[in-house]
Design a binder for this molecule. Structure first.
Ligand code: AMP
Ligand code: ZN
Length: 117
């Protein structure tokens, strides 16, 4: 796969190894690393290695990678013995997105309230 890298993107730099991160999972297309400011005892970010700015920029060609993010979350839960977890994709500033390289948050290790309130 040809990797598109955006020059000033924090997460592209992590993919390239130019910035440090605690890597939890990696394959040809996907990287998972620990969030630097964890909001739960387990807080991982699951990203496509290719630079895609937001969920809105996923196209039909990305269906496989996008779907695999969920399967990897499931595998990580099993590997880390997490009975429950929450996944979130903040999209655009109005959706709380700060880093514009699409990422799935995976939060676990504390009791989540039902719903999102
Ligand atoms: P979002 O608000 O959805 O864009 O989330 C961005 C996330 O990236 C936040 O939870 C940050 O704590 C996290 N983050 C920012 N810089 C780094 C970094 N260098 N390594 C790991 N996580 C980071
Ligand atoms: Zn990027």
């Amino acid at each position: 796969m040809k990797l598109t890298k955006a020059p000033d993107c924090l997460f592209c730099k992590i993919v390239a190894g130019e910035l440090p991160a605690e890597r939890l999972y990696e394959d040809e297309d996907i990287l998972v690393f620990a969030d630097i400011s964890p909001q739960a005892p387990f807080h991982a970010l699951l990203i496509p290695k290719e630079h895609v700015a937001t969920l809105n920029d996923f196209g039909p060609e990305d269906v496989s990678v996008a779907g695999r993010l969920f399967l990897i979350a499931k595998s990580l839960a099993k590997e880390h013995d997490l009975p429950g977890y929450r996944v979130v994709v903040n999209t655009n500033p109005e959706g709380g997105q700060v880093v514009f390289h699409v990422h799935m948050h995976m939060l676990a290790g504390r009791q989540m309230k039902p719903g999102l309130g």
